[in-house]
Design a protein around this ligand. Sequence first.
Ligand SMILES: [Zn+2]
Length: 186
Amino acid sequence: MSSQPHTVLSWFVRRTRLPLLSLRCLDCRSDSATTGDGRFRVNANGKLLDVWLLVRCVSCDRTSKLTVHERAPVGSLDPAELHGYHVNDPRLVASRLLDPLLARHNRFTLDWTGAWRLHTPPAVPDCAWPVHVAVVFEDPVPLRPDRLIAHGLGLSRGEVLRRVKCDSALRRPTSTGFTFTVMAGG
Ligand SMILES: [Zn+2]
């Protein structure tokens, strides 16, 4: 009897938009902010630069500045990066917002609710069990493997526990890729 998996699939976790920020507003006490269209502010003071990413409260529009660079020597920044700050390059907005260091320094967390999708290949009609799946995170969305697998396979979480062998802790949120194997049901 062969234990070779016959079906190998890839799943992709991809953002559909930028996440919101869980960040307490100083005016209205709302705890949700957005980067909106994505704007930086650059301030030069002699040879030193400050760069901020601007975010606004989703309920009262109050603008807050998140520190990206603080008193950085001009020469220490890559010219292409500096240009990106000046033109509000959307890719730079995304990469700064998703950088865990920015979140740590500015004391916010990302709210990914409704901001991502799981892309799975169309169902294989004659799929041979067991099925081997590799989950690839194209964006760092922290997700619990048991919930993601249940969602992707259309199974209850109890069934996931019975039928899935995973190389990652099923209940611990992760945003790094993992693989799992699904055994035949019944
Ligand atoms: Zn507010």
